[in-house]
Write a protein that binds this ligand. Structure first.
Ligand code: ASP
Length: 470
């Protein structure tokens, strides 16, 4: 009998995980699931993170020291960043078009929207924020009967925001990013102690910087001595690649555990909660999903099937392990080792390119996140009856692009950075609480887009620079 391909096994694991969560909620087994199944999901993520950092370090050094000339590296680097920026701006613009055309916010009850609008005006008044579209519902005599309700709603919102520690922490995080100077990202990129960077999974850009520096200098020193070092680094690299192989063999089981645990955490012992989460996705989520699906199933394959000269189905067969893992882990950083394996082994993109393009992509290129942020901001404006003008929409393009670059490749990072985008156009950052309930599921999907975007760019770079094997 032919052995079942890995991606099928992972899909089966994923489905079984969903079924298990449903059963577990129906029979009140959520404690069992939490104690005996969830830990396997965590172990899986830990293993992947454990491999990711050394793999990035060693594979970038190996990749660069295998390059014949440094000038080419500079060109490839600039090209990579340029294309990443381009795809992100494209994704944001796609999001804006979708949300402005479909207008998911208009499906909310009109009275509720007016009340929302009044709460917004109260908030703007209290925080000295200028309202760009000048209409006032607060002072309009037609709506006086709604003002009382709205003020009450506003008080509740405010007290909730104060009680919610998580929200306060998130706000602080986002503010810190916003207040940093324009060159702060450069300072953040250059480590003062590489061991500190290696010890923190969030400092991936510092490790990339160090690895590139190390690789380039290796090309500059005496060849005989350089070869000794390169040989050792190459050996280490092989070890970590093999680890990925081994961990992936158990991926279907781990993915089952991840899905079961995550859904059961959301639902507790109430199976209806899972249905509610799915039903309540609503129009807003639908628009986000349309955008994400369009990128994953139309835009990227259109580029990759051309560049790689492979069929649509074969493309997905080759990259689906990385996509499925992105879906179940919600983290591009944790998925990185598998992304690298799929791109090297299945798409035949050489390591010189993938080892460099993919880790950078995982940290800075988030097309799914930027698309989602642009849709979320406009949706939130729509349900508060706020019209954003052209200048504000352009501000969204710029800030969503930057916010997605600044989002860490970990679960929910995009939601936190959304606060910056809201802030930039004078909206209330605390509104992230409104879309919070559906964020987990959208996070899974946008992470698939983030990872697929990186894969696409790596194949474009490999092809255009004449790196492709064969
Ligand atoms: N979870 C996403 C990622 O790791 C980031 C986000 O929250 O949008 O790619």
């Amino acid at each position: 009998m032919k052995k079942l391909a890995l991606h099928w096994k992972i899909i089966i694991g994923l489905l079984l995980g969903i079924i298990w969560a449903y059963i577990s909620a129906s029979f009140g087994w959520s404690t069992f699931t939490k104690n005996w199944i969830a830990p396997w999901g965590e172990i899986f993520i830990n293993l992947l993170k454990l491999i990711a950092i050394p793999l990035v370090l060693f594979s970038i050094i190996v990749g660069i020291s295998g390059l014949s000339d440094i000038k080419r590296l500079g060109r490839v680097g600039i090209k990579t960043l340029g294309i990443y920026l381009l795809t992100t701006v494209f994704a944001v613009s796609l999001g804006l078009v979708l949300v402005n055309v479909i207008k998911p916010g208009k499906y909310l009850d009109e009275n509720q929207r007016i009340k929302n609008r009044i709460t917004y005006e109260l908030w703007a008044q209290e925080n000295n924020i200028e309202i760009k579209d000048h209409r006032s519902y607060l002072t309009n005599p037609d709506y006086t009967d709604l003002v009382g309700d709205a003020s009450q709603q506003y008080e509740v919102e405010k007290s909730l925001a104060e009680v919610d520690q998580d929200l306060a922490k998130r706000k602080q995080e986002a503010r810190r990013t916003k207040e940093a100077g324009p060159l702060a990202f450069l300072i953040d990129m250059v480590p003062s102690n590489i061991f500190v960077s290696l010890a923190d999974n969030k400092l991936m850009l510092q490790i990339i910087f160090f690895a590139i520096f190390f690789g380039v200098v290796l090309l500059m020193i005496d060849k005989k001595k350089a070869d000794n070092v390169a040989g050792i680094v190459d050996g280490f690299n092989e070890v970590f690649l093999k680890m990925v192989d081994i961990v992936m063999k158990a991926a279907p089981f781990f993915v089952f555990a991840l899905m079961a645990a995550k859904l059961s955490e959301m639902a507790g012992d109430d199976p209806k909660a899972i249905q509610d989460i799915i039903i309540n996705l609503g129009w807003y989520s639908l628009v986000v999903v349309i955008g994400l699906v369009f990128l994953v199933f139309v835009v990227y394959p259109l580029i990759m099937t051309r560049v790689l000269k492979i069929s649509y189905t074969s493309l997905f067969r080759k990259i689906s392990p990385a996509q499925l893992l992105a879906f179940s882990s919600s983290s591009s950083a944790a998925t990185l080792p598998i992304t690298m394996e799929c791109v090297n082994d299945n798409l035949k993109v050489p390591e010189e390119v993938s080892s460099f393009v993919l880790p950078i992509g995982a940290t800075v290129n988030m097309d799914g996140t930027s698309l989602y942020q642009s849709i979320a901001v406009i949706y939130l404006a729509q349900i508060h009856l706020i019209d954003l003008d052209m200048a504000q929409q352009l501000t969204i393009v710029a800030t969503a692009t930057l916010a997605s670059i600044g989002s860490a490749a970990v679960p929910s990072a995009g939601l936190v950075m959304l606060m910056i985008v809201l802030d930039a156009v004078g909206l209330n950052p605390a509104w992230i609480a409104i879309i919070f309930p559906v964020d987990r599921i959208l996070d899974m999907m946008r992470t698939v887009v983030n990872v697929t975007g990186d894969i696409t760019v790596s194949s474009v770079i490999a092809k255009s620079e004449g790196f492709m094997k064969k």
